[in-house]
Design a protein around this ligand. Sequence first.
Ligand code: 5AD
Length: 347
Amino acid sequence: MRVFEKDDLINLEQLSKQELMRLLQVEGNLQQQLFRQAQDVRREYGADEVVLRGVIEISNYCQKNCDYCAMRAANKKLERYRLLPEEILSIAAEIKKTNVISTIFFQAGQDPDCDPILEEVIPEIKKRFNLNVLLCLGEKPREVYFKLAELGADSYILKFETSDPLLYQEIAYTPLARRLQCIRWLQEAGFKVGTGNIIGLPKQTLEMLADDILLALEIQPDFVSSSPFIPNQNTPLEDLPYGNLNLILNTIALYRIALPSALIPTVSAMEKIQQDGQLMGLNAGANVLTINFTPDKYREKYVIYSQKRFVVSLEHALQTIERAGLRVRMPPQSTQEIIEDNTCHNE
Ligand code: 5AD
């Protein structure tokens, strides 16, 4: 494999924490070399078609109190909402109609009251639209994960956020061990699992960021992501600076090289901190874009990054992919429809 060739920047077999710390900081020519290697790996593993996900943020209620997030339970200034099954199904139809989105993505705060809604909605979506169902709903009991898998959900994202147990506990007020246990349960339940880190948390060191990559390697997730910390209004961390974009891009490239066929998103938070940030993510080895389908009236209440977050439209996503010289991975059914269409024209 190319990653082991001599002219490459990285030899995975010799990848130590020290080496990761060095690679995380590369700039200029070395950084370009790192990105090229990530792009080569992505192509060699057939992972360079970009997957589009359509996200619906179904509830902003949350049991947790993470210092970086304005949906934390202690934020009494936030008006809470939860979508109804009918609303979710009508948005799902919209997502299906695009013909280019293969995955419907339900995101919410950690809100057990979403469970009965999902029980109704997931089987219906599988039956009517045959989309991949991806969930990001936080820590739940083992049996709830198994139930969600049984209902037909395909994948689940639970980011470890930081690999440092003390920092995690300090910022999220729950043990990291519990979160890692949840990740194992999700894998046991048969989900494709996503995880990853946030870069730019207070007291986070370069060594911790290297450990984040090593932890992701240990978990062997199907999806992995890195997002910059975004200071969020009405949180204890509102006055902190944004996470560093170069560190994010280098982490994306390292994730790509270490987990060659993983799905790796280039997140909207990167566009928020720099124009074309998501394009830079694709150039660093990412291969997923998420388009926001949350209705406007709820969207402003889903204050995941900040009140003025960057909202990704289908148009922005398609333009970004084209500018990166990449193509969209079409959902299997749509490809079929195109083939059938062509057959008709030929007849
Ligand atoms: N900055 C960066 N990432 C954040 N997330 C939530 N709030 C922030 C923030 N202020 C990320 C977390 C969470 C995911 C859904 O969004 O990683 O797991």
